[in-house]
Design a protein around this ligand. Sequence first.
Ligand code: GLU
Length: 305
Amino acid sequence: MKNFLDGIINRNKYICENGKVADYIPGLSSANKNHLGICVIDNDGTLLKSGDSEVKFTIQSISKPLTLMLALLDRGEKYVFSKVGMEPTGDAFNSIRKLETGRMRKPFNPMINAGAIEICSMIKGHSGEEKFNRVLDFFRLISENPNLEINDEIYQGEKETGNRNRSMAYFLKGEGLITGDVEEVLDIYFKQCSIEVTAVDLAKIGLFLAKGGVLSSGERVVSEHIATIAKTLMATCGMYDGSGEFAIKVGIPSKSGVGGGILSVVPGKMGIGVFGPSLDQKGNSIAGIAVLEEIAENFKFSIFN
Ligand code: GLU
C-alpha cells in the first residue's frame, strides 16, 4: 500500500501544473502549487502517508462539516435545519443569489459560505472568544491533534477581504436568521477557516467520521446520526459545484477547501487526507481529485458501487 501511495503521488504530480493556487489573499497565493501529499488511516489505525503530507495549510471550507457537527451537538437537528437547508445549490460556494431568490428563504446547505456562517451563529458560548475556542477545541479533539492553531496572517487576510461573506451575514441578520452580533459570528467563521492542518490531521478526522463519530480511543464524541449528517452533506455538497461529477468519478464523501485540502471518508473503512494547493476552476485541488479517483477505482471505494 505504501508503494501504491508513492506511485499515485508520482503519477499525478504533473497535474498540479494545470491548476492555480487561491490568490485572494497573500497568505494563500504564496503556496507552492507543486505540493501534493496524502495520508490514509484505516480502521485498525494503520497510518500511511506519501508526498507533502506534513505540510501545513489552512483548513478553509473543510471546517464547514466540522462546525456543523458542533452546532448539531449544541442545538439539535431540528433547530439547525430550521435555519439552513440540506439541498445542493449548483452555485459557487460564495454565491449570494439564491439567498433572496431561492424558494427556501434560508441558506441552501451548511457547506456553502452563507450556510456555514449561519452555523457559526449557533455555537454556544458567553463571548465570541469562548465560542471560537469551543470550535478550535472540537477540531483538536476529532483530529486528535491538541496543537492545531490559527494561521494569523491568513486570518487577518480573510477578515480584510471578506466583504462578500460580510454582506451575506448581514443579509441573514436582516432576515432574522442570525441572532446576535454579526461581526462576532463572522470572526468565528474567518478564524475557523484559518486553522492550520496537515493531510495527516484530515485523515484522522476522516477516520473519526468513518467510525461514525468515535475517536481512536473508542470514545464517542458525536452520535452516529450526527456523523451521518456530516458525511451525507459532504457527499451531496462537499466539492463545491463539482459535487455531482465528483460523486460519479470518485464516490467517496469528501469536503474540499481552497487551501488545497480534501477530507475524505470511506465509511466503516478509512479516513483519507489529501493536500494539493493547485486548484481547478471550481476551487477543488486539481491533482487531489485525480489522486482520489485512482484510489476509489483501485479499491472500489465508491459508496455507490
Ligand atoms: N475563507 C474562504 C471564504 O470564505 C473559504 C473558501 C473555501 O475554502 O471555500 O471565502
